[in-house]
Design a protein around this ligand. Sequence first.
Ligand code: CUA
Length: 344
Amino acid sequence: MDWKYLPIFPESASNFSPHIDALYAYLVTVSAFFSILIAVVIVVFAFKYRRKSDSEIPVPLNEHGAGSMLLEITWSVIPLLLSLVMFGWGAMIFFDESKPPADAMDIWVVGKQWMWKIQHLEGAREINELHIPVNRNIRLTLTSEDVIHDFYVPAFRTKTDVVPGKYTTEWFRPTKVGEYHLFCAEYCGTKHSGMIGTIYVMNANDYDAWLSSGGTVGSMSEKGEALFQQLGCVTCHQSDGKGRCPKLVGLYGTNVELKGGATVVADASYIRESIVNPLTKIVNGYDGIMPTFQGLVTEDQIQQLIEYVKSIGPKSAAAAAGAQAGTPKNNPGAAANPARGTRP
Ligand code: CUA
């Protein structure tokens, strides 16, 4: 659908935009049709059935048999069907937006009063700007350092709460090179309205040039490894498994058996929790001896540590996660250029 001649929607620049615009067009059309219909009927009936004399008494429906079951059923069933379409259609888009494709490119985001901090796996970092290649599936993993923010890109029709203490994800595939607005869409303090930024969607070559132009030292996982040494994690989490704490090699994405018999998947949220709140989930066979690192590492650093744990994870973890997440669809970018899809 092309809204060029009716500019009530923001620019359409992601894989989701056409679907959401079509759903909105349906919602607006149905609402407008019934609003006008009801308003017209009210006015017409006010004249047609007005009281014509002081002594006039209306005829009760049932005594005359004038009520119509067919009419009652019709005006109940039609709106029911119309609203079920809204529900089904909306749910389909919601599920689509909730499931990032397995080949999605990871980018980490931290919101804080009042800025967006972004880290690319290759090590590039930016503030209030996000550079991404066009026609690639992008998955953002977001968290907040303080209060709830909300990462909102109208041109992509995506909007995700950014919550302290947990990770949320958002994915999209930008379909058009250009610059787009980024907003915080959750009131987060006095400068909430200034918590804005720009998304730069670039050609693949321009993006690669941008990535290598920043002069960044080390990828996220390399920075994470350095932290792992500095913070002394390595003294207990030894790579041969002989340390006092569980070994982290081959851990990422696997099932971990906890004290008490429960299991948990070693994903980003679990590793984050184990760093800031290590005693919440204790691995079976180990003692709860790890101190908390809350306040000692920033959210950015926790993300680097997670990337390090990911980098020493099982080789098959990515493939297994891919099988779980379902087959990637709607991804001409990766299909046209498979080599790019293999980037970690
Ligand atoms: Cu951050 Cu509003």
